[in-house]
Write a protein of this length. Structure first.
Length: 96
């Protein structure tokens, strides 16, 4: 579980990132979760965009992404989800 200070630090790190995944009309599926897990292992911090044609509640989508990938939900702002998961082999982000 991340502290408030750690989340604030991660939000500042994620500010300049662009979303690399999009959740569309199909919602969250196993293939997407697998790809996000692989991206988290490499990058540790990613943004996921929830498209307008997704009819699910954005809070539920964010929870599904976090639980399905084993990542921490750093922030949900608008339709953008910020996820963090510490990398086992390629650790680059040092939390305060």
């Amino acid at each position: 579980m991340l502290t408030g200070k750690q989340k604030r630090f991660l939000r500042s790190q994620a500010h300049h990132l662009t979303p690399i995944f999009q959740v569309g009309k199909g919602g969250v599926n196993e293939n997407m979760l697998k790809q996000i897990q692989e991206a988290l292992e490499v990058r540790e911090l990613i943004k996921v965009s929830i498209l307008q044609n997704n009819l699910d509640d954005k809070n539920e989508v964010a929870q599904q992404l976090a639980e399905g990938t084993g990542a921490e939900l750093v922030q949900l702002i608008g339709h953008t989800v910020v996820l963090y998961k510490e990398s086992a082999e390629q650790k680059t982000i040092e939390l305060p």
